[in-house]
Design a protein around this ligand. Sequence first.
Ligand code: NAD
Length: 246
Amino acid sequence: MNDKVVIVTGAGSGIGRATALRLAAEGGRLLCADAKGDAAQETAEMIAKAGGVAAALLVDVTEEGSCGRMIETALGRFGRITTLVNSAGVSAAGRDATPAPKEWERVVGVNLSGTYLASRAALPHLAASGNGSVTNIASIFGLVGGSLSPAYAASKGGVVNLTRSMALTWAPSVRVNCVCPGVIETPMTAPFLTDPSWHQPLLERHPLGHFGKPEDIAAAILYLASDEAAFVTGAALPVDGGYTAA
Ligand SMILES: NC(=O)c1ccc[n+]([C@@H]2O[C@H](COP(=O)([O-])OP(=O)(O)OC[C@H]3O[C@@H](n4cnc5c(N)ncnc54)[C@H](O)[C@@H]3O)[C@@H](O)[C@H]2O)c1
């Protein structure tokens, strides 16, 4: 990633933080963006402590203006942008077959519209870099239905097909892919994984017999964002311990 300038949204926690740390360790220069500014700053400091190069910014991916400022900040600091990783996301509030319209809009707003708005702001600059890529974080629930919330599954199904569509519309100048994680141990899933009524049934759906770690997803994102994946675009890569193989 030596020649890469990377923006990671949701970089303050979980998969986004692990990805920012890994891409920086591989030589990328990072803008860590998150709705929690302190958390983004903490990730940037972790990168700096490890000898990497990073800046941090408070960004709300549901706001067009905030996404625009994110791009301006990266350009101002590093001069160009080669790589966007859209990891900002929210889970559903709980098991709910018919989420209220406000909850529907909250989940779809961050996960799907936020992915679109950040990508929309970045894509012309990624194209101008001559070697740009976007990696989105969808989910197993973008590939199969999930019983937790139709809003979450719809948002992630949307991310999978947004990925394919952007891959086509921005080829050949920008590659666009997504990863579809199984259940990963992060602050997002902690409430489910500590609840016995969720833990065992979810575990049984992962043939490898354990949940994933944020670093498992960061490794897949590193591949998709690197030149090793120069011939890969429009892909939805499951990293799920076998969940969607069943
Ligand atoms: N953890 C899992 O099991 C799992 C599985 C599949 C997909 N995912 C997806 O991976 C991504 C990261 O999830 P995670 O588990 O690391 O969650 P997390 O809660 O640990 O981190 C998500 C981060 O996104 C940030 N964020 C939320 N709304 C935002 C907004 N409007 N603007 C900017 N930042 C915002 C949060 O502040 C947080 O730091 C999400 O898109 C999630 O849906 C997670």
